[in-house]
Ligand binder design. Structure first.
Ligand code: NI
Length: 267
């Protein structure tokens, strides 16, 4: 699934982050590239151990945790501490696939990269080129989003960044280890979650209160409409506990409990 998550950061957050980004010291982006992608990579990056990078990374992580669309689509178990890059003067990143496992530098933590994310810090009119081009089973997608918006795509996708021929493209990139490794199953859960969102609060409460987990699940799928019905057979193979956990999260959100159960490991 390739998904745009709009307004992860407010314009005010983007502006204050950009002040820090523009004053920071940038180094060659090959420092975090694997052997193969190092040959394709030509950009600038903030060093991971830089205070500014950690400070900005915390802003991004906090924004993600409070973003229901991101949480629902990614079902994050771990989020790699966000990295920051800059393309200018014709810089680009040729076709590559991201590493399957990323070690968080200086820690024993490893993140399985199920999803890749790019958060844009520059607006499209500030630079020419710089599109993120992602190839998936449905074709080739060229992505250039407003500042503060994020694109989420399977980390197994072949992708590249086109040369920036005018201005500068500032962005953050990172990876997510999801509670659901398989993209198809995760997409299914997302569709289900979207269907549940369409129910009224009262319908949701009634379903969750009256029934056992398995029945509540089916009830919600059925009343959830098209998206749920379409995939009912596929759902049988999924982890029931996890499915119910997703519903519980929805329920908690309704009753005002803390829904931000994102577990991310920090350096
Ligand atoms: Ni990449």
């Amino acid at each position: 699934m390739l998904l745009q998550v709009p307004d992860v950061l407010t314009p005010e957050q983007v502006a204050s982050c950009r002040k820090i980004l523009e004053a920071a010291e940038w180094v060659d982006g090959r420092i975090t590239a694997g052997h193969q992608s190092a040959r394709a990579k030509d950009n600038l990056q903030l060093r991971e151990d830089l205070d500014e990078a950690k400070q900005l990374g915390d802003v991004v992580l906090a924004a993600l945790e409070s973003n229901p669309l991101f949480m629902s689509a990614a079902l994050p178990l771990k989020v790699f501490p966000p990295l920051f890059n800059r393309y200018q003067d014709g810089q680009s990143f040729g076709n590559h696939v991201d590493n399957a496992i990323r070690q968080v530098t200086g820690t024993p933590h490893r993140v399985r990269t199920d999803l890749s994310a790019t958060l844009f810090f520059s607006n499209p009119d500030e630079y020419d080129g710089g599109e993120l081009v992602v190839e998936d089973t449905y074709g080739v997608h060229s992505i250039k989003l407003p500042a503060g918006h994020l694109i989420l795509y399977p980390a197994s996708s072949v992708h590249h960044v086109r040369p920036v021929t005018r201005g500068a493209r500032l962005g953050s990139f990172f990876w997510i280890q999801s509670m659901v490794r398989d993209d198809g199953e995760r997409t299914l859960l997302f569709d289900l979650d979207v269907a549940i969102q369409r129910l009224t609060g009262a319908e949701r409460h009634a379903a969750l209160r009256r029934r056992e987990p398995g029945q509540a699940r089916l009830h919600l799928i059925i009343t959830g409409g098209q998206a749920g019905q379409r995939e009912m057979t596929g759902l049988v193979a999924l982890d029931l506990e996890l499915l119910f956990a997703v519903h519980i999260r929805e329920h908690q959100r309704d009753v005002g409990q803390d829904a931000a159960n994102c577990i991310h490991e920090r350096a």
